[in-house]
Design a protein around this ligand. Structure first.
Ligand code: FRU
Length: 497
C-alpha cells in the first residue's frame, strides 16, 4: 500500500514538475494519434466517457464536462471530466472537476452562470458557475433502496478551474423513485426563477427555485406522450424562435432503449412552457438524430445574446455497444457541435441541426468528382446535391475493401455499416440503418468523415444520421456506384495538427 502511495506521489510530483506542454492531459500534438482517435471530434485523453454535462459558456470559453470514469475504459464510479474551448473544435483538457463523494457518484447534470448571485455562493462582481447534478449512491442502490438518486450542487469562482461541493447537499431529496436524475437548469426571466427539468422514470418533472437550494415541484410531463421504449433520461428545456420570430419551447428527452435504430436515442417535443407547465403540440415522435449514435445530448447555457445560437453536443455512441467498441486507451467521442434552428411549415414544427459554423474553419478547398475519388486525406466532407426522386449508391471504402454504403432509393436513405471494418464486438453493431424521408424534399447531403465516425446532414441538418465505424485502416476511397450526382470533397484538418 505504502509503495503504491509512494508511486502515486512520485508520479503526481513528476507530472506537476513537467513543463506545461508535456503534461499528459495537454493538447500536445504527439498525442491523439492512436487508431480510431477522432481528429475533429472531442474525445477524453483516456478512460471512459459518456454523456456531455454542464455545458456552459463563460468569459470567452465553452465548457464541456462529461460523465467520466478515469480508471477504466468501461462505465464505473462517475466523475465529471472537464475541457474548455474557445472555438468548439480545439479543446484544452482540464483536471477532473467533480469526484464521487459520500453522497454518491456524480451523474449527469448541467451548469449555469448565476449572474445575479442568487445562490449567494459568489458575489455580484464574481458570479459563481453553479453545477447541478445527480448523486447516485451505489451502496444504497445495492441494498435494494429506491431513493438513492438525489440532486446536488457545486460551484466555481475561478472560471470553472476548481469546484467546491455545497455543504447543504443534497438540494433535492428523492421521493422514493429509482430513476430520478439528470437535472437541467436555466433561468426563466418572466417568472424570475430557476427552472429545473428532471428525468423521473417515464416522465419529466419541472421544479423551480429562487436560489438552487430550495426546489418546488411545478408539474409533470410525458407519461402518455412520445416514445416510451425505455427509461427517460437527460432532459433539456429551452425557448427557440422560428423563422418568423415566434417563440416555441423545445423539450429534449433521451430514452434508453427504444431509439429508431435500436438502443438509446433522443426525442424532442415542440410546445409551450408558461413558467409552470410544458404542453406539447406534437402528434408524432421526432428524433434529434435518425442514426444510432447520438445520445444524451443537450445544449449550452449562457451563450451571449450577441451570438444568439442554441448549440448542441451529444455522446456519439449507443448504450447497446458503447462499452465494447474497439478503442484501447479511451472510449467514446462527442458528436460535432450543432446549431439548432426551428422551422415552421404551416402548423408543423421541426428542428434543424446544422454543423456549428466553427466546423467550416477546418475545411479546405473542395474538389469536384463524378464517379471515383482517392483521398489524400481521410478526414473530409463529401457534399452533393440530390433530389428525393433520385437513386444513388455511394461507397466509402479502404484498401481492405472495408466499406460503408449509403444509398437513396424511393425516398429511403440507407446507411449500411455491416462491412465497415471491426464490427463483431457486438451483435447489434453491424446493421443497415434505414430512414424514411418521404415527408421531406431531399436537396443536399453533407457527409463528415472522421477516423471513427460518419455524420450525414440532409438539407444542411433537416435530418441527421450519426454513425460510428471502426475501419482497420482509414477509408481513403469514394465511389459512386449508382446514380449521377456530382459530388465535391473538401479535406478537413485535424484539430491535433
Ligand atoms: C445517460 C445516463 C444518465 C446518467 C448517466 C450515468 O446516458 O444513464 O441518465 O446520469 O448516464 O453515467
Amino acid at each position: 500500500m505504502i509503495r503504491i502511495c509512494l508511486l502515486v506521489f512520485t508520479l503526481s510530483f513528476s507530472v506537476a514538475c513537467q513543463p506545461e506542454k508535456d503534461k499528459p492531459n495537454d493538447n500536445h500534438q504527439t498525442q491523439f494519434q492512436e487508431p480510431y482517435r477522432s481528429q475533429f471530434h472531442f474525445t477524453p485523453p483516456s478512460g471512459w466517457m459518456n454523456d456531455p454535462n454542464g455545458m456552459v459558456y463563460y468569459e470567452g470559453e465553452y465548457h464541456l464536462f462529461y460523465q467520466h470514469y478515469p480508471d477504466s475504459t468501461v462505465w464505473g464510479p462517475m466523475h465529471w471530466g472537464h475541457a474548455a474551448s474557445k472555438d468548439l473544435m480545439h479543446w484544452e483538457h482540464l483536471p477532473i472537476a467533480l469526484f464521487p463523494d459520500s453522497l454518491g457518484y456524480i451523474f449527469s447534470g448541467s451548469a449555469v452562470v448565476d449572474w445575479k448571485n442568487t445562490s449567494g455562493l459568489g458575489s455580484k462582481t464574481n458570479p459563481p458557475l453553479v453545477a447541478i447534478f445527480t448523486f447516485h449512491d451505489a451502496a444504497e442502490a445495492e441494498k435494494g433502496r429506491n431513493d438513492f438518486q438525489t440532486q446536488g450542487i457545486a460551484y466555481s469562482l475561478d472560471k470553472g478551474r476548481t469546484w467546491k461541493m455545497y455543504d447543504g447537499n443534497p438540494v433535492l431529496h428523492n421521493p422514493g423513485i429509482a430513476d430520478f436524475r439528470d437535472p437541467k437548469v436555466s433561468w426563466h426571466e418572466s417568472s424570475k426563477q430557476w427552472i429545473m427539468s428532471l428525468a423521473v422514470k417515464d416522465h419529466i418533472e419541472f421544479y423551480s427555485s429562487p436560489d438552487f437550494k430550495k426546489w418546488n415541484k411545478l408539474s409533470e410531463f410525458g407519461q402518455r406522450v412520445g416514445a416510451h421504449g425505455g427509461v427517460w433520461e437527460c432532459p433539456d428545456l429551452f425557448p427557440l424562435k422560428d423563422q418568423n420570430g415566434n417563440t416555441k419551447w423545445i423539450l429534449f428527452v433521451s430514452i434508453n432503449p427504444g431509439g429508431p435504430q435500436g438502443g438509446s436515442a433522443t426525442q424532442y417535443f415542440v410546445g409551450n412552457f408558461d413558467g409552470q407547465k410544458f404542453t406539447s403540440q406534437d402528434t408524432i415522435t421526432r428524433w434529434i438524430d435518425y442514426g444510432p449514435d447520438n445520445y444524451a445530448g443537450v445544449t449550452w447555457s449562457d451563450i451571449p445574446q450577441s451570438d444568439g445560437r442554441r448549440l448542441f453536443l451529444g455522446w456519439m455512441s449507443n448504450w447497446q455497444y458503447g462499452q465494447v467498441v474497439p478503442t484501447e486507451k479511451w472510449r467514446s467521442a462527442m458528436t460535432l457541435p450543432r446549431e439548432i434552428s426551428l422551422l415552421r411549415n404551416v402548423d408543423v414544427y421541426e428542428l434543424k441541426f446544422s454543423p456549428a459554423r466553427e466546423v467550416k474553419n477546418l475545411e479546405g478547398t473542395p474538389k469536384n468528382f463524378n464517379e471515383d475519388a482517392t483521398l489524400d486525406n481521410p478526414l473530409c466532407k463529401i457534399s452533393f446535391k440530390v433530389d428525393s426522386s433520385q437513386t444513388f449508391l455511394l461507397t466509402i471504402y479502404n484498401e481492405k475493401n472495408e466499406k460503408v454504403m449509403m444509398s437513396l432509393n424511393a425516398g429511403v436513405l440507407s446507411f449500411d455499416r455491416r462491412q465497415s471494418g471491426l464490427t463483431s464486438f457486438n451483435k447489434d453493431f453491424p446493421a443497415v440503418h434505414k430512414v424514411n424521408m418521404h415527408d421531406i424534399n431531399i436537396e443536399t447531403l453533407d457527409v463528415y468523415v472522421d477516423l471513427a465516425s460518419i455524420e450525414v446532414f440532409v438539407n444542411g441538418g433537416g435530418r441527421v444520421l450519426t454513425e460510428i465505424v471502426f475501419p482497420s485502416v482509414p477509408y481513403n476511397k469514394i465511389r459512386l456506384e449508382q446514380g449521377d450526382p456530382q459530388f465535391a470533397i473538401s479535406p478537413l484538418s485535424s484539430v491535433w495538427k
